[in-house]
Design a protein around this ligand. Structure first.
Ligand SMILES: C[S@@+](CC[C@H](N)C(=O)[O-])C[C@H]1O[C@@H](n2cnc3c(N)ncnc32)[C@H](O)[C@@H]1O
Length: 309
C-alpha cells in the first residue's frame, strides 16, 4: 500500500529533510528536463535568480551553462547544505545565497533569467504562481526569461481502488463508536499515488493553464465534461501536470511517465455509475494564496451526469 499525502489545507515543512531532496535530485526526468531547458535559455554572462533553490542543483546547472552570477533564494535550513555543495564544487565565488522567503529578498540588480521548481503534486499548492509573479515583477529584467514558462493541470475521471478501499472506506466504526466523521474528512483530501492507465474511465482534459507571462492571481473556475470510455464507477478524479520549461522542453507527471510526483487522486464521497459514452460534468475551482492568511484551494465538484441516449 502506498502512503497517501494529505495536501490540504497546508503543505508541511518537508524541505528540512534530506530524503525529500534526494527524491528530487535523483528524479532523472525532472533533472534532465531542467538541464535541457537551462542549457537552451541561460547565456554566457547572464545574471540568474533561482527561487526555492533547495540543495542548489538548478543554480549549479545555470553556472555550468555559463551564468556570471546566480542568486539562490531558499527559506528553509537546507540552504546550509547548498552552501557546502557550492564550496565543494567550486561554485562559491559565483553564487549569492539569500536565506529568506523570496518575497523579502532584494538582489541589488535585475536578472536575465528566473528559474524555479516550486511544482507541487497538484502543481500549484506550494505557491508557485504567487512566487513567480512576485519575483518576475521585482527581480527580472523586462523581456527576461522564465523557467518554467507555463504549467497546465490535467484531469480524468477514474475508478481508483487502493486509496479508496483503505483510506476512505477503511474508516469504519470501532468498539461501537461512530467514526463516520473521519471518513468525511478523508474524502476532502488529495492523495499522491500511482494512477495506472486501467484506472482511467475517460481521456484526460486540460483543466487550468497558468501562463507566467501574464499570471492572473484572481483564481480560475472551469467546468469540464468527461465522456466515459467504458462502463464503470467513477470514485474520483486523477490529476497531474505538464510544465513548459522552455519553448522546446516539457516536463510531465502523467500516468505515462515516471517521476517522483506520481499523480494525485481526489476522491468523491459516493461513486457515480457511468455507462460508455455517458457525460460527466465536473467543476474545478482554483484559488491562490495571495495573502498569507489565504489558503490554496482546489475544489472538485461533480455537477451532473447525462446518460448516453
Ligand atoms: C521543490 S523544491 C526544489 C528545490 C531545488 N530547486 C531543486 O530543484 O532541487 C522547492 C524549494 O523551494 C523552497 N521554497 C518554496 N517557496 C519558497 C519561497 N517563497 N521562498 C524561498 N524558498 C521557497 C522550499 O523550501 C524548497 O526547498
Amino acid at each position: 500500500m502506498l502512503d497517501p499525502v494529505e495536501l490540504f489545507p497546508e503543505v508541511p515543512n518537508l524541505y528540512e529533510f534530506p530524503s525529500v531532496h534526494a527524491d528530487m535530485v535523483y528524479d532523472e526526468r525532472r533533472v534532465n528536463a531542467y538541464k535541457r531547458a537551462i542549457d537552451s535559455t541561460v547565456k554566457k554572462g547572464d545574471i540568474v535568480v533561482d527561487v526555492g533553490s533547495g540543495t542548489g542543483l538548478l543554480s549549479f546547472l545555470c553556472l555550468q551553462a555559463g551564468a556570471k552570477r546566480v542568486h539562490a533564494i531558499e527559506r528553509s535550513p537546507v540552504i546550509k547544505w547548498a552552501k557546502l555543495l557550492a564550496e565543494k564544487n567550486g561554485f562559491s565565488d559565483r553564487i549569492v545565497f539569500h536565506n529568506d522567503d523570496a518575497r523579502n529578498v532584494e538582489i541589488g540588480e535585475k536578472a536575465d533569467v528566473v528559474v524555479s521548481e516550486l511544482i507541487g503534486h497538484l502543481a500549484f499548492e506550494e505557491g508557485m504562481a504567487e512566487t513567480i509573479a512576485d519575483t518576475k515583477a521585482r527581480l527580472l529584467k523586462k523581456g527576461g526569461a522564465l523557467i518554467p514558462q507555463k504549467v497546465t493541470l490535467h484531469a480524468a475521471i477514474v475508478n481508483e481502488k487502493e486509496i479508496y478501499d483503505s483510506y476512505i472506506n477503511g474508516w469504519k466504526n470501532v468498539c461501537e463508536i461512530d467514526y463516520s466523521v473521519m471518513r468525511e474528512k478523508a474524502v476532502q483530501q488529495a492523495y499522491v499515488t500511482d494512477i495506472s492507465e486501467r484506472d482511467l474511465l475517460s481521456r484526460s482534459m486540460k483543466i487550468i493553464t497558468v501562463d507566467f507571462s501574464q499570471t492572473n492571481l484572481d483564481g480560475y473556475i472551469n467546468t469540464s465534461t468527461f465522456t466515459a470510455l467504458r462502463n464503470g464507477f467513477v470514485n474520483g478524479i486523477a490529476l497531474w501536470f505538464d510544465a513548459q520549461l522552455s519553448s522546446s522542453v516539457k516536463l510531465s507527471s502523467s500516468p505515462w511517465t515516471k517521476t517522483h510526483w506520481k499523480q494525485c487522486f481526489v476522491p468523491f464521497d459516493k461513486a457515480i455509475e457511468v455507462t460508455m459514452d455517458d457525460k460527466l460534468s465536473i467543476s474545478f475551482e482554483l484559488k491562490f494564496r495571495v495573502y498569507s492568511e489565504d489558503s490554496f484551494l482546489l475544489n472538485v465538484t461533480p455537477l451532473k451526469r447525462s446518460r448516453n441516449a
